[in-house]
Design a protein around this ligand. Structure first.
Ligand SMILES: [Zn+2]
Length: 407
């Protein structure tokens, strides 16, 4: 009896420790398209029947399918040439929910979306029929949601509660230690820049964030919270809201850039400004601000409260502190043998830097498009060095803040 009980306890323990997501995730086994005269049929082979949610978006045209957290076994998707599908992405959207996004080159409408039970040697399937429509018809159908998956519930996978534990509230009596919010860019369905050997920006910046957290905490001088601890997608506005909710003293968004010119390498630091410092930075901001779009978020219905905060007088002090912090980081990187770009502090309208009351910078730790630097960013040793330089910059910033407070 006791033994049996122990066995169950052990089983639950193992499930809890070794990612219940993997153990119970839905499996997408294959993805197929069929071209018909009046429609295109998309079929997903699943390892079991599943609820879903499908809809279309514009600017640019996309088709989105949400499913309970899944494991992708379908390899690379081969869409037919005339089907209108430009690209396919998939990944985690939030705890318990994964998403597939199809970029379309024209407006479409979903005509039918339904599941077929396994039988006659075929697996469980999700079938979506879609067809080309005019832009005006698209406007009429675009708010229709097919399927009944509730993406606000986080218990979709085998009844397990996958909601992350509530983040600790900052305690007032701990206020002497500054709270650093580290924001690893991208995540889940949005890989960010993809380097050689399929190294993803989202993966290296998460590892860098964890290393920086480790070094900051080890010094005993800081409290540190990460905006994401795993491979989850987070909307840009929610990253800002997260930092404000926790009343962070400093916000650092970590990224790695990509350029056509694969020779360019070096780190750089960015602060918010309505006007970009240069064309290249304006383009970079546009790329980084696209994260929500890549994840299939409808920007037209997004809450605009944070996105539209204007750079006004109230922000001026925060922005001055951000600029000071950015320059400090550039210097400590230079002094610690981290290669940086020429005029390495630049500015533009980055959506993730719009907390009006928290000094915020975005660090591009290097270039995923440069083979050597992508490999460096993928190595523990380089991330240790990089995090060390960032930590020194943070130390120096707070030294100055304390000095100013004494005056
Ligand atoms: Zn990025």
């Amino acid at each position: 009896m006791l033994f049996k009980h122990l066995k169950f306890t052990l089983l639950f323990f193992l499930l809890a420790v070794f990612s219940p997501l993997q153990a119970f995730a839905l499996n997408i086994e294959s993805v197929r398209f069929g071209l018909y005269q009046e429609k295109t049929r998309l079929v997903l082979d699943l390892d079991r029947s599943s609820d879903f949610r499908a809809f279309v978006l514009s600017d640019p045209y996309r088709m989105v399918i949400d499913l309970p957290r899944f494991q992708w076994n379908a390899g690379e998707t081969k869409a037919p040439q005339n089907g209108g599908v430009l690209a396919t992405r998939h990944g985690n959207l939030k705890p318990g929910i994964s998403r597939i996004v199809f970029d379309m080159n024209r407006p479409i409408s979903i005509q039918k979306a339904f599941t077929l039970p396994r039988g006659a040697g075929k697996p469980d399937r999700l079938v979506i029929d879609f067809a080309n429509v005019s832009p005006s018809i698209f406007q009429q159908v675009k708010s229709t949601i097919h399927g009944s998956l509730d993406t606000n519930k986080t218990t979709q996978t085998a009844g397990l509660n996958l909601a992350p534990p509530p983040a600790p509230k900052p305690q007032k009596d701990q206020n002497k230690k500054p709270l650093i919010i580290i924001d690893p860019g991208h995540g889940g369905i949005d890989p960010g820049a993809v380097g050689p050997s399929n190294i993803h920006e989202k993966t290296v910046v998460l590892a860098l964030a964890k290393e920086l957290k480790r070094q900051l905490e080890a010094s005993g001088g800081y409290r540190v919270i990460l905006s994401r601890e795993n491979d989850n997608f987070i909307k840009l506005t929610n990253r800002v809201k997260f930092a404000r909710k926790h009343e962070g003293d400093l916000f650092i968004s970590l990224h790695a850039d990509s350029l056509q010119n694969k020779n360019v390498s070096g780190a750089s630091v960015y602060t918010l400004s309505e006007k970009a410092s240069d064309k290249q930075t304006a383009k970079l901001a546009a790329r980084e601000n696209k994260a929500d779009l890549i994840a299939g978020i409808d920007l037209n219905v997004e809450d605009k409260d944070v996105a539209n905060i204007l750079v006004d007088l109230a922000m001026r002090d925060t922005m001055n502190q951000s600029k000071f912090f950015a320059n400090t980081l550039v210097n400590t990187m230079k002094n610690n043998n981290v290669r940086v770009l020429e005029s390495a502090h630049r500015y533009a309208g980055f959506a993730v830097l719009k907390a009006p009351d928290i000094p915020s910078v975005l660090v591009e730790a290097g270039f995923m498009s440069n083979r050597k630097e992508a490999n460096l960013l993928n190595s523990d040793a380089h991330r240790k060095k990089l995090a060390g330089a960032l930590k020194k910059g943070i130390d120096r910033y707070f030294d100055q803040v304390r000095k100013n407070q004494r005056i």
